[in-house]
Design a protein around this ligand. Structure first.
Ligand code: SF4
Ligand code: SF4
Length: 441
């Protein structure tokens, strides 16, 4: 069986790829949810009335898989309040009123770098998480203990969702930061080989990354087919190294560390300047946006301010997304903020937002033949309908990466990816109940 050779060809719609990011001015206020990453939420460490600057710690990391949060403006903490995230979950947030001065915290200083432990501490302190969208704390990913296990560092430059070009811009505009991060990883993580994976449709980014490879013989640029989801971790590792990551295993289990290109640039910036993650380059696009752009946004800026910066809406948006049209998360309220892992804000008018009518499955098998991890979405839907958690476990719904390829190719427009998400919840609940039963014995 061939692995990860499926997927779909999507229209790229990357009209912002030639647009150099424009920096937004200071927003009037920022909203910093304590959960902008996978893992334990940060804990607010400021109170109403406190003065903060850019780079002042406002949320402390609260566990191993967690990440600190810093103010992206100077101003005054107004309050700590619960907000509803796009998932519908409440989360404490630090709300800062900007003084418009954008002054930096005086304690900012580059970290001392003498070895592996310093690298992990620096990445932890930087507040950097997976900036391609995953939001997984990067220091945890790099905390390998036995660095001799690392055979390859894979830099993810495969920005495969339509519209999004923020990573492409990082590769074009911040190639020097990526190059510096590679040197840091070589020095402190013992990386001997780096492969930068980029899709063939990003010619300028490929040229920039090849310049790095010309200067550093340990770096290779791998040009990949423009197939979605090329940027999925397992898909990328397979297409850059030929290695298959078994179900339930991590890239490190096959000797790889995968890091998004913007994540690499952010790590380099922190080690050079000591300025933690406070800004994010965001692609703003979609049929309802008047002036699509790449924008450098202070993290925590309300989404409505970012759209306004892009000329506002040409029509009332019917759908607003954090991220791309395939894996993006619906934004219920544009007062919600830009998060650390927000790579795009898309707004669509009525025509694009309309959901197609779903009809009966015609058993064509297209969802199976296009799944990049060889699952059977049609079988999963059947098992879910009958509430059969054991069948869902056998069908390995747990490894579904929710890429949406199955829904995209389905001629009957079945809501397969939504069913997969619900199936994963059903399976988790079943497994938890089984564990509780075992424990009670
Ligand atoms: S959403 Fe899941 S089941 Fe559907 S194609 Fe992607 S990985 Fe396969
Ligand atoms: S692609 Fe749609 S119609 Fe075809 S088998 Fe899958 S669910 Fe059924």
């Amino acid at each position: 069986m061939s692995f990860y050779l499926h997927g779909v060809h999507l229209p790229h719609r990357k009209k912002t790829s030639d647009m150099e990011p424009v920096r937004m001015s200071a927003p009037q206020k920022i909203v910093l949810p304590m959960s902008m990453h996978i893992g334990a939420p940060a804990v607010p460490c400021v109170k109403a009335g406190d003065h903060v600057d850019i780079g002042t710690l406002v949320g402390s990391q609260s566990g191993y898989v967690s990440s600190p949060i810093y103010s992206s403006v100077s101003g005054t903490v107004k309050k700590i309040d619960d907000i509803l995230l796009s998932s519908g979950k409440p989360c404490p947030a630090v709300i800062v009123e900007s003084d418009g001065l954008m002054t930096f915290d005086q304690n900012i200083a580059p970290p001392e770098m003498n070895g592996y432990e310093d690298l992990i501490a620096a990445v932890k302190a930087s507040g950097v998480v997976g900036l391609g969208g995953a939001g997984f704390p990067t220091h945890v990913k790099l905390d390998v203990k036995d660095i001799s296990k690392i055979q390859e560092l894979i830099i993810n430059g495969a920005e495969c969702e339509p519209y999004i070009t923020s990573d492409t811009r990082t590769m074009i505009d911040k190639a020097h930061e990526i190059e510096n991060a590679i040197s840091i990883f070589e020095k402190f993580l013992g990386v001997k080989k780096t492969i930068i994976g980029i899709e063939e449709n990003k010619k300028k980014a490929i040229a920039k990354m090849r310049e790095i490879a010309q200067r550093n013989p340990r770096v290779e640029v791998k040009v990949l087919p423009g197939v979605y989801p090329q940027g999925g971790e397992k898909v990328l590792v397979y297409h850059t190294t030929g290695k298959v990551i078994p179900a339930g295993k991590l890239p490190l289990d096959v000797g790889c560390i995968v890091c998004n290109c913007t994540t690499m640039a952010a790590i380099s910036n922190f080690i050079k300047t000591g300025i933690p993650l406070v800004n994010k380059c965001v692609t703003v696009d979609g049929s309802a946006v008047k002036e699509p752009k790449n924008v450098i946004v202070p993290i925590g800026t309300p989404i409505s301010d970012v759209f306004e910066f892009c000329g506002g809406f040409s029509e009332e948006p019917q759908k607003v997304l954090y991220g791309g049209p395939m894996m993006g998360i619906s934004v219920p309220d544009t007062s919600l903020p830009v998060l650390k892992n927000t790579n795009a804000l898309l707004a669509f008018g009525e025509k694009e937002a309309k959901r197609p009518q779903s009809t009966q499955c015609i058993h064509c098998g297209l969802c199976v033949s296009h799944c990049p991890v060889s699952l059977s979405p049609v079988g999963i839907a059947k098992a879910y309908k009958s509430g059969n958690a054991e069948a869902l476990a056998k069908l390995r719904v747990d490894i579904c990466m929710e890429c949406g390829c199955c829904s995209y190719v389905c001629p009957a427009k079945r809501p397969l990816v939504e069913t997969n998400k619900m199936s994963k919840t059903l399976l988790r609940e079943y497994m938890d109940a089984q564990k509780a039963k075992e424990g009670a014995k």
